[in-house]
Design a protein around this ligand. Structure first.
Ligand code: HAM
Length: 423
């Protein structure tokens, strides 16, 4: 009979063999974020659909094509979160974080959902580590945030990383630039790809994100937003670049970096890695979103953050080969069925003493069970046979030296600990 269901397209299992890499990423996130004074936050997996429509923007790919939206039994339109920033801004106000000393520095880890075209490094359920700094707009915070992300990658030993940087202005200078871009593209509309013709109408800034070969010559000569920033945006961008240079993080200015979500103002950036290739080379990205809180109906409040893709980073970590999982200390087995419960009790006493203990409830031959113990990486086997049981004893076998000793039961914890020290 065929299984009733298969893994849903675009989802993946993070199997035990990949968990050491995964835990490495989680630990590095905790370390780098808390070292810089960031506090952990978790928000719901689903939110009111409007939250994402208003924040990412109706014309963004995320809202137009990629959201998992459903109506619940109460008739509400809900959406599985496609990204974290909008939820964090909502939680910042909902949870009264706006009343705390500013800025508030937050980090989060978890799954996100987009109806993307699945391929290596692109999934429908994926995972991000992200940070957000909300409540103060100083340009140094842009650099702090960029540095936290950079530090995460170096904590993981990932070199060969590129940082792309741009400023996309704000509500003062961007509208005029948008018109300038339209004026530039208008005479060439019939040479553009279909997607670009839609972008021209709905979201001209995204014209700069087009990867279609036929559109590249035109894009290369398009007016650059960095040449049309208003005074305050230009000053902020100069500060960011100056401070970034001082940190020693190498970066490349990319005037066509515009990002896929509409809430950004001023600084935008992406971490890229050569080995992934194609559209999946962005390991992470972020930027400033000073207009987002007001767009969501809250008091105008500046913010900046990034998110890195853990699934893409996992692909890079896996290229380095497997990480040895933490092995077992003790493999416990009873030779006869009547002694199983006794073995269970001993295993539990050893666990209470802090050891990693697996109980084998099987009835296979001893040599087969010892082979299993070796495959599980156990350093010591604890064997309870009828003889030992009768005398209130147990056998401790050193799996490496293949030697064994018989010890009284009341000394088992001490004897196993000693055997492990020598194993
Ligand atoms: P984003 O660029 O949409 O930004 O996503 C950040 C990262 O998440 C990407 O660079 C990529 O590594 C990963 N990612 C996105 N979509 C997928 C997918 N379908 N499969 C695998 N990985 C994916 C944001 O989400 C913003 N919230 C970042 C931010 C935080 N901006 C300010 N604060």
């Amino acid at each position: 009979m065929a299984p009733v269901a298969q893994r849903v397209r675009g989802t993946q299992d993070i199997l035990p063999a990949d968990q050491p890499h995964w835990e490495l990423m989680e630990r590095a996130a905790h370390t780098t974020a808390t070292r810089a004074g960031y506090q952990k936050i978790a928000t719901p997996i689903f939110e009111a659909t409007d939250l994402f429509v208003r924040s990412a923007g109706e014309a963004s790919d995320v809202v137009a094509k990629e959201m998992y939206t459903f109506t619940d039994r109460g008739g509400r339109s809900l959406t599985l979160r496609p990204e974290g920033t909008a939820s964090i801004v909502r939680a910042y106000f909902d949870g009264g974080l706006d009343q705390e000393p500013q800025p508030v520095r937050l980090f989060y880890l978890g799954p996100f959902f987009r109806y993307d075209r699945p391929q290596a490094g692109r999934y429908r359920q994926f995972h991000q580590f992200g940070v957000e700094v909300i409540g103060e707009g100083h340009a140094l915070l842009d650099v702090e945030v960029i540095q936290v992300g950079w530090q995460w990658f170096s904590e993981l030993g990932i070199g060969d990383l590129g940082l792309k940087l741009n400023s996309i202005g704000d509500e003062v200078c961007r509208p005029a630039y948008r018109e300038l871009l339209r004026d530039y593209y208008r005479p060439h509309l019939d040479t553009l790809c279909e997607e670009d013709r839609i972008r021209f109408e709905r979201n001209p800034l995204r014209l700069l994100d087009c990867k279609v070969p036929q559109c590249q010559p035109l894009k290369a000569k398009a007016p650059r937003i960095v040449d049309h920033l208003c005074g305050p945006c230009a000053t902020a961008f100069a500060s960011v670049k100056g401070a970034l240079e001082a940190t020693g993080i190498p970066f490349e200015l990319d005037p066509s970096l515009v990002r896929g979500l509409d809430y950004y103002t001023r600084t935008v950036f992406e971490y890229q890695h050569g080995s992934l290739g194609g559209a999946q080379n962005a390991l992470g990205g972020g930027g400033r979103y000073d207009g987002l809180a007001a767009e969501l109906g809250y008091r105008s409040t500046p913010g900046i953050g990034f998110a890195v893709g853990m699934d893409r980073t996992l692909l890079i970590l896996k290229q380095r080969g497997p990480v040895q999982p933490e092995g077992l200390d003790v493999y416990t087995l009873a030779l006869e069925e009547v002694d199983q419960v006794h073995a269970l009790k001993l295993a539990s006493a050893l666990r209470a003493a802090g050891l990693r203990v697996v109980l084998d409830p099987g009835d296979a031959r001893l040599d087969a069970r010892l082979r299993k113990a070796a495959r599980r990486g156990a350093r010591v086997a604890l064997i309870i046979g009828p003889e030992e049981r009768a005398h209130g004893e147990a056998v401790i076998r050193d799996m490496t030296a293949k030697t064994q000793v018989t010890v009284p039961e009341r000394e088992i914890v001490a004897a196993v600990t000693q055997a492990l020290a020598g194993a």
